[in-house]
Design a protein around this ligand. Structure first.
Ligand code: TYD
Length: 196
C-alpha cells in the first residue's frame, strides 16, 4: 500500500504522517515513511535551488519539474521493494505535488510517467492565509499568490482522481488525524467506527 499526504506548505503533513505511522504500527502493520524532495543527491540540489529568488520564474519552474521527476524516479525501486515486503509506504508528497506546483501539466505528466500511482492521496486542504502564517518563508514558493494557484490545482486534481480524499486541515491536529484515520481504515479492514 502506497499512501501519500499532499497539500500546500504548512498543511501539517509531517505531523500527521508521524501520527498515522504510529497508529498503523499499533494495528500491527509495518510502515516506512518517505519524503519528497528526498535527502538523496538530486533532492539536496532541489532544496538548495528552492531558496533562489528566481525560483518562481518560468525557466526555474521547468527546471524544478525535471529535478523533482528525477528525484522521485530514484525512489521508485525502494517503494516497490517495500511493497513486496508487505510494508506500508507513507509518503510526504508525490508526483501530484509536481502537477500542483509546476507546469505545463501535460509535460509534467509525461516526465512522471514512471512514477507509481498512490493507492490513496490524503489532500490536507488548508486556507492559504494560514499556510503563509505557518511557513518560515525560506522557499520562494511560500507566498500567498503562488499558493492560491497551487491550492486550486490540488482541488482540481482531487476532482479528477478517484484516489484523492480531501481532509480539512484548518481543524485542530486531533480532528485532522482522526479524519485521516477514518479515510485510511477501510484500506486495512480497521474498524472505522472505533476511531474517536
Ligand atoms: P517540502 O519539503 O514539503 O516543504 P517544507 O519545506 O514546507 O517542508 O517541499 C519543499 C517545496 O517543494 C514545497 O514548496 C513544495 C515544493 N515541491 C514542488 O514544487 N514540486 C514537487 O514535485 C515537490 C515534491 C515539492
Amino acid at each position: 500500500m502506497y499512501i501519500v499526504l499532499e497539500g500546500i506548505d504548512g498543511a501539517g503533513k509531517s505531523t500527521q504522517i508521524k501520527i498515522l505511522k504510529e497508529w498503523l504500527e499499533d494495528n500491527g502493520f509495518n510502515v516506512e515513511t518517505i519524503v519528497e524532495p528526498t535527502d538523496l543527491e538530486v533532492g539536496k540540489l532541489i532544496r538548495e535551488l528552492l531558496t533562489r529568488s528566481d525560483a518562481e520564474s518560468d525557466s526555474m519552474q521547468k527546471t524544478f519539474g525535471l529535478l523533482f521527476a528525477a528525484d522521485r524516479l530514484m525512489l521508485m525501486d525502494r517503494i516497490g521493494r517495500l511493497e513486496n515486503e508487505n510494508t506500508v509506504v507513507i509518503s510526504d508528497r508525490s508526483f501530484y505535488s509536481s502537477l500542483a506546483y509546476q507546469n505545463p501539466q501535460d509535460w509534467i505528466k509525461e516526465l512522471n510517467k514512471y512514477a507509481k500511482i498512490p493507492d490513496l492521496v490524503l489532500l490536507l486542504d488548508l486556507d492559504v492565509k494560514k499556510s503563509v502564517e505557518r511557513c518560515d518563508g525560506t522557499d520562494e514558493f511560500e507566498n500567498e499568490e503562488f499558493l492560491t494557484g497551487v491550492k486550486q490545482n490540488y482541488l482540481d486534481l482531487a476532482k479528477s482522481n478517484d484516489n484523492f480524499k480531501i481532509i480539512d486541515a484548518n481543524n485542530g491536529p486531533n480532528k485532522v488525524s482522526s479524519d485521516i484515520k477514518k479515510a485510511v481504515a477501510p484500506l486495512f479492514d480497521i474498524c472505522k467506527d472505533c476511531i474517536l
